[in-house]
Structure formats: C-alpha cells, structure tokens
Write a protein that binds this ligand. Structure first.
Ligand code: NAD
Length: 365
C-alpha cells in the first residue's frame, strides 16, 4: 500500500485542521486509492469494546478497510507467550498503519510497555492529542480547544533503570537534540498548517538544567524559523495550574514524553474525561491511532465504557487514509449524540451502554 499523506488532528467545526506530513511538511490531502490495509489491535480490558465500536462506525460511514487483526499485550501473552508476537510486527511493517486498543502494562512488575515499544520500534515520534470542549458535556471549563504534542521516543521512557546498590535505584532520562528538534518542528508545522497561533513549550529546565534545558534550546531554535506562530515557555507545575484556571491561554502544547503523558490526562479532565480524547502516533513511515485512555480495568466487560474517544480516533485514521469527509461525518455524528445528551454512557451522567451509544452515533451519521 502506498503510504498516504499523514494528517494530524483534523477537527470538525468551523476551524478545520488540514494535512501535515509527519516530517513536518504540509501534505497533500490524501486521496484514498483502493481498499487500504490496516492492522487492527483490539487490545486489553475495554479495548475490544471501544475498538469494536470504532470499527462499526467506520463501516457504517461507508469506508472499506481491509483489517488485519492482530493481538498484542496481555491478550497476546496469554495466546502466544509473548506480548509482541512476530506476526504483529510483520503486520505493522506491511501495513504501516494501525488502529489500536489500549494495552495493559502492570505497575512495578511484568514486561515493559508494549505501547512504548511500538512507538520506539516504528519511530512514531509525535503523539498528537486534540482536546476540545464537547457540546452537551458539562464541565467547569468552557471553550477548551488545544492540542497536546508529546515527544514519543525518549525521556524517562527510554526504560533505562538499574539498582545501583540495595535500596538505591537509578532511572536515566535521555533527551537528545535530534528528537527535541524533530518534535518542535512537528509542533510548529502542525500549528501553521492548522491555523493555530501559539506553541507553548512545557518544561522543568529550572531543575533539569541540562536535559530540559536542551529540549528548550531546540524549541527556541525552531521557534525562530516560524515568525507567524507565537512561542512561549512555561514550567510544568505552573502550566498545570494555568491549565485548570485559564485553559484558553493554551493552543498547541509541546512537551517531552513524561510531561506529555501526564498533562494529556489533565487536559482530558478539562473536557469531560478520558472517554473523549482521541490520539495518534505519527512517524515518517507510518502511524498508530489510539485513544489517550487505558484499559479501564474497573469497567472492562461491563458494556458501559464511553466509545467516543475510540470513535474519534477512528475518524483520525480516516483522515490519514484520505477519507477526510467521512472523518468529518463521524465527528459531526458524535457531536449530535453528545449535544442531544439522551444516549450517553454513565461517565457523563447517562444510562446508555457502549453498544447503544455507538448505535446512536451510527443513526446520526
Ligand atoms: P485508564 O485510562 O485505563 O483509566 C483511568 C480511569 O478512567 C478509570 O476509572 C477508567 O474507568 C476511566 N476511563 C478510562 N477510559 C474511559 C472511557 N472510555 N469511558 C469511561 N471511563 C473511562 O488508566 P489506568 O487505570 O491508569 O490504566 C489501566 C491500564 O491501562 C494500565 O495497565 C496502563 O498501563 C494501561 N494504559 C494503556 C494505555 C495505552 O495502551 N495507550 C494508555 C494508558 C494506560
């Protein structure tokens, strides 16, 4: 399959976001040619429920995809004795694009994160998470409209940890000029292409003067090339406070891996929770689409998980495949269901199950 132009975070509504290549160049609006082959990873916990919902909506909107279903994570460990089976990697190599459910990573034990492994293995260096207030979803915050852009390949996620002596453990934070410059350029290109006005680099360079200092220097260097986009910096703790007092002060957020992970969930909270925020990991040679939320073990199997984040993630996949109109139809249908507020899941005060809410989105298409 010819690799389509990558689009980062197409949004519905008046401000439409257009295509960006992952290496930072503006892309052609991808034309869908033939039936694309996409790796489908249902994932663990609520993964199969939400990915099933996303696939149903994609089918209902009329886009044909040749899904190559694969297992990863805990499900694959049970079936094949490894969380990353060879056939998964082979599939990703051949399709270069996936729709993936969340994967379980145990706390303090077990294998290292398969999400992190896949992002690094396929150099999917830019994690993009559009966060937007949804009509019909009541939160204390109005008019939130921002995009979290998180560096995906290094930082403390390098996974270099060792016990120096009993009771003393070291975790190594890796920050390189190459990865920092690459993600900064992605953020500014994204801002330019999507008519955004401001990039805010979020850091802790007052404490980590070398590592976060390097990240900032790279961002500053790139910022000087983009006279049309304003650039600001904010220390991560102050940024968190500002996000919950004045979220409209932000537009595109540029973060290292760990801060990006944490701030993403904070931002999801601004718009009603993890059930609403889609996401994508872009690299030069492919993309994996996944929600911000995890396996939600507390509600897995109960049929009540909010499918919106996964359905909107499916819409991002369609944008990437060149089916932008279908993506927009899906976003509009989700907005209609949420605005009506009748068939919504318990996380936002409704009584509907995942299947009913998905069916309502399909009816609204
Ligand atoms: P989580 O996102 O799974 O859940 C946090 C809380 O939000 C839970 O109360 C959950 O019920 C709720 N929630 C999440 N998504 C929801 C939805 N769509 N609808 C309604 N409620 C929803 O985070 P966690 O509990 O910290 O992590 C659980 C597991 O998921 C861990 O093993 C973690 O490593 C993994 N995880 C995976 C990914 C990924 O695959 N990309 C991302 C985050 C966490």
């Amino acid at each position: 399959m010819a690799r389509p132009a990558v689009k980062a975070g197409v949004r519905s509504g008046a401000r439409h976001e257009s295509a960006v290549n992952t290496d930072g160049r503006r892309g052609k609006s991808g034309k869908a040619a033939g039936t694309p082959r996409v790796t489908l990873i249902p994932g663990d916990g609520v993964g199969p429920e939400v990915i099933g919902a996303a696939v149903k909506v994609i089918e209902a909107v009329g886009v044909k995809i040749d899904w190559d279903q694969q297992m990863a994570g805990a499900a694959a460990l049970r079936r094949f004795g490894t969380p990353v089976p060879d056939q998964l990697i082979d599939s990703l190599k051949s399709t270069s694009v996936a729709l993936k459910g969340p994967l379980e990573t145990r706390v303090g034990e077990g294998y290292r994160s398969i999400n992190v492994y896949l992002r690094k293995h396929f150099e999917l260096y830019a994690n993009v998470r559009p966060v937007r207030t949804q009509a019909g979803v009541h939160t204390p915050f109005a008019g939130v409209d921002l995009v979290v852009i998180r560096e995906n390949t290094e930082d403390l996620y390098a996974g270099i940890e060792h016990e120096v002596a009993p009771g003393v453990v070291e975790s190594v934070k890796i920050i390189t000029a190459r990865a920092s410059t690459r993600i900064a350029r992605f953020a500014f290109e994204y801002a330019r292409t999507n008519h955004r006005r401001l990039v805010t680099a979020i850091h802790k360079a007052n404490i980590m003067k070398l590592s976060d200092g390097l990240f900032l220097k790279c961002a500053q260097r790139v910022a000087r090339e983009y006279h049309d986009i304003a650039y600001k910096e904010q220390i991560v703790d102050a940024a968190c406070m500002r996000l919950v007092t004045d979220p409209q002060a932000f537009d595109v957020l540029l973060l290292e891996n760990l801060y990006g992970d944490i701030v993403s969930d904070l931002c999801a909270g601004l718009v009603g929770g993890l059930g609403f925020v889609p996401g994508a990991n872009y690299g030069r040679h492919g993309a994996i689409f996944e929600t911000v939320h995890g396996t939600a073990p507390d509600i897995a199997g109960k049929g009540i998980v909010n499918p919106v984040a996964a359905i909107k993630t499916g819409a991002l996949l369609l944008d990437y495949l060149g089916h932008e109109r279908a993506g927009n139809r899906i976003r509009a249908a989700v907005n209609a269901v949420l605005s009506a507020g009748r068939v919504v899941t318990p996380d936002i005060g409704g009584k509907a199950g995942t299947a009913d809410m998905t069916a309502a989105v399909i009816r609204a298409l």
